[in-house]
Write a protein that binds this ligand. Structure first.
Ligand SMILES: [Ca+2]
Ligand SMILES: [Ca+2]
Ligand SMILES: [Ca+2]
Length: 245
């Protein structure tokens, strides 16, 4: 009996081993863990009864990522933009190791960032970072886009200064992404800014689920007054939500 059990155990081990081997040979990429790379950025979204998908339909649209060699060592560095968390900047140390240099580089953000563009906006040979910002009334943060101008590299670390206003690029639209290119061919980069529109009336249709029937609430928009009508005394009701794609 023990012999049979031992044989079975060896057989399972061998199958597992060869399965793993096969998996590795069939993939073109290897996923590295945050422990291996040092990249632990996570764009955590924390909904609450004020800021959530019912009020803010773009809540889970995500943010942007920009990659470029910001310190000129030929290794691509990474800038992640954040929504409710600060953006983060990781310097490439080589061999897939990165170091969080967000604070030292001056790249913390405090607003709902969406798209990231990497370009040498002022043509000084150093890559700069333009961050689009989406705005909503509930978030109560600035809706100005950000331009981080590379101030130079010291001890391998680039530092940035936010200068969107100085460059007349602190656009307050509901921005999604910017593209820099020389439109008029005068040698200076121009910018095309893609904007979205934050609708005052959400497409989400709220219907409090009652015991006997459903009550259509869609005509009670705007949404900022809707909840007060549904929950005049903050009663706990279940909701059926239809999202229009
Ligand atoms: Ca680099
Ligand atoms: Ca530059
Ligand atoms: Ca131009």
């Amino acid at each position: 009996m023990l012999k049979n059990f031992t044989f079975l155990l060896i057989l399972i081990s061998l199958i597992s081993f060869f399965s793993c081997q096969k998996k590795e040979t069939n993939t073109l990429f290897t996923q590295l863990s945050p422990g291996e790379t040092g990249i632990n950025f996570a764009n955590h979204i924390t909904p609450d009864d004020t800021l959530n998908i019912l009020y803010f339909m773009y809540m889970y649209n995500g943010a942007g990522v920009g990659i470029g060699d910001f310190n000129g060592d030929s290794l691509p560095d990474i800038f992640f933009s954040g929504n409710q968390v600060s953006s983060k900047f990781y310097l490439n140390k080589g061999n897939f190791k990165f170091e969080d240099m967000t604070e030292k580089a001056g790249l913390k953000t405090d607003r709902w960032a969406t798209g990231v563009s990497v370009a040498d906006v002022n043509a000084d040979g150093l890559l700069d970072i333009y961050v689009c910002v989406a705005h909503n009334n509930l978030w109560n943060k600035s809706n100005e886009n950000l331009l981080f101008v590379n101030q130079g590299v010291k001890d391998g670390i680039p530092t940035f200064k936010e200068m969107a206003k100085e460059y007349n690029l602190a656009d307050t639209s509901y921005s999604t992404q910017a593209a820099f290119f020389d439109y008029d061919r005068d040698g200076d980069l121009d910018m095309y800014l893609l904007n979205n529109w934050l609708e005052k009336e959400s497409h989400n249709r709220l219907r409090p689920q009652m015991q006997t029937n459903y009550i259509e609430m869609k005509d009670l928009a705007p949404l900022d007054t809707l909840f007060s009508k549904i929950f005049p005394k903050k009663q706990a009701l279940s909701l059926t939500v239809t999202v229009w794609a």
